[in-house]
Design a protein around this ligand. Structure first.
Ligand code: HEM
Length: 475
């Protein structure tokens, strides 16, 4: 066994390696941060270990040196945590001023912006952190996927991660209504009206979410309670669980090249200070960035909500614009219920699909995997806009298939055609490149994800009055 391998094995098997000073709790804390864990030799040592275990609880004690490379994780998981902390801190501050009633909500936001010391900055930081969190958590998901970090023993952590992402969306969504301006009122009206398309229980479900038939004080108090207690508590609990699972997996996945075998005993170093210092640097840089961004760019605030006057176009929040765009092309049940459920189901199923090999740690699987992923992305960037334009100006289900119910002509039929096209793409790519299941699944994932990104971008930038297609630079 090589010397390096031997050292890796020793550190992997015997994590607590030093005894250190044993003068008191504070020196134990100091020791745990800067020198590593103690070996218990007395009752007092055991107590100190409890203290240091608390500090180290959510991070692995030692972790593979290679996994510390910044370009391996980009610090995206840590950044998500920092953004959650910023959100909680600024959210608590805003609760001192905000009034959750339709009569007072808008006024309290104006007061926060114009009268309260640093109120505008606190609101801006909260707003931008929430939006960055959606982006950063999505990028983290992509990093985890493309380094194959969802295979055993990390499958369950992938499920926790997807649940966290859904909670982050729920948190953004419930917070969106709180300013009670035109933008938020109508975005939530549009989004909650989509719930009405759920078969059988749609109207009832919409009534529950809105707390009545219309958006009003019951909706505001429901959203406020969800946004300030239920969702954040769920996120914090899930995050603790998520971190603990990373620790249980003995750190993040170890990166390796396409032709490299996984190392059985990778060389490990202490998480404190090696990981801590890196995470601290990323956290400080991120906080500085968010602060500067929040000084330069204000969180949007329109006129006070006017239930009698809908803006044109009335759009959902940007992270739901992909679904709103689908709604323009598919029967509502398919756009709002079935396709989003299929996407969520496919995301949750990722670790449990049939793979030819466990390629965890290899970025984008192989050279062939990279090429196939690039082809899939380019295909989606070209084909999605073509389909959007064809459907907008040419395809007319009512005229082409008269007498056929819209749920079939505008829902079932296009969904089946697109699913068949995806299956064809999968098989064709697999044959053409003699690819493995892993590579073909990855290419399909990239295709779908890019298509969703194109739909979202179209909804956000290329839809104008009446949701017609427009060029964004022509007002
Ligand atoms: C609030 C949201 C989240 C937070 C705070 C968070 C935090 C973290 C942290 C700190 C790590 C350690 C490595 C790193 O920094 O990349 C990690 C790893 C991981 N995360 Fe997340 N995460 C979040 C959301 C997600 C999502 C949306 C997914 C995917 C669906 C996910 C799946 C995973 C998995 C599977 C690992 C293990 C990766 C490996 O071993 O390389 N997480 N997460």
């Amino acid at each position: 066994m090589s010397e390096k391998r031997e050292r890796g094995k020793q550190t992997a098997e015997a994590e607590p390696a030093e005894s250190g000073e044993r003068q008191g709790v504070l020196s134990g804390v100091w020791h745990s941060i800067f020198r590593g864990p103690l070996v218990p030799r007395s009752d007092r040592d055991r107590k100190l270990i409890v203290v240091q275990n608390f500090l180290l609880h959510f991070r692995p004690v030692r972790l593979p040196e290679r996994s510390l490379r910044y370009t391996h994780t980009w610090g995206l998981g840590g950044m998500s945590l920092v953004l959650v902390l910023l959100l909680v801190a600024t959210g608590v501050l805003m609760m001192f001023v905000y009034q959750p009633s339709p009569e007072e909500a808008y006024g309290s936001i104006l007061a926060m912006r114009d009268e309260v010391l640093f109120g505008k900055l606190v609101r801006n930081v909260h707003h931008w952190s929430a939006n960055f969190l959606v982006i950063v958590a999505l990028l983290h998901l992509l990093r985890v996927y493309f380094t194959g970090a969802f295979h055993t023993p990390r499958q369950f952590n992938w499920i926790i991660g997807v649940t966290l992402l859904l909670c982050i969306l729920a948190s953004n969504f419930t917070g969106y209504l709180l300013p009670w301006d035109q933008l938020s009122y109508w975005a939530i009206t549009i989004s909650t009206s989509m719930i009405g398309y759920v078969p059988l229980a749609g109207e009832w479900l919409q009534g529950v979410v809105r707390g009545g038939t219309d958006i009003g004080s019951a909706t505001l108090i429901t959203f406020y309670t969800l946004h300030t207690t239920v969702v954040p508590v769920t996120i914090v609990v899930l995050m603790a669980f998520h971190f603990w699972r990373v620790r249980k997996a003995r750190g993040v996945i170890v990166p390796r090249g396409p032709d490299e075998e996984p190392e059985e005993y990778p060389e490990r170093v202490l998480a404190l200070p090696n990981l801590l210092l890196r995470e601290l640097a990323v956290a400080l840089a991120l906080v500085a960035f968010v602060l500067v961004f929040s000084v330069v760019f204000n969180a949007p605030l329109g006129n006070e909500a006017n239930p009698g006057m809908s803006p044109n176009p009335a759009k959902a929040p940007w992270y739901f614009m992909g679904i709103q765009e689908l709604l323009l092309h598919f029967h509502p049940f398919f756009a709002v219920v079935l396709i989003p459920l299929l996407i969520a189901g496919a995301l949750l199923a990722i670790p449990y699909l049939r793979y030819d090999s466990d390629a965890s740690g290899v970025l984008l699987l192989s050279h062939r995997g990279r090429r196939m992923a690039a082809i899939a992305a380019v295909t989606a960037v070209v084909v999605t806009p073509v389909l959007i334009v064809l459907d907008e100006f040419w395809f007319d289900a009512g005229a082409w298939l008269p007498g056929m119910p819209s749920v079939v002509s505008n829902g079932l039929l296009p969904t089946v055609v697109l699913a068949a096209a995806l299956a064809g793409f999968y098989v064709a790519l697999k044959r053409r490149y003699a690819a493995s299941n892993n590579e073909a699944i990855q290419a399909s994932f990239v295709l779908l994800l890019t298509a969703l990104a194109v739909l979202t971008a179209t909804g956000v930038w290329l839809r104008g009055p009446g949701m017609a297609l427009v060029w964004p630079w022509i007002s």
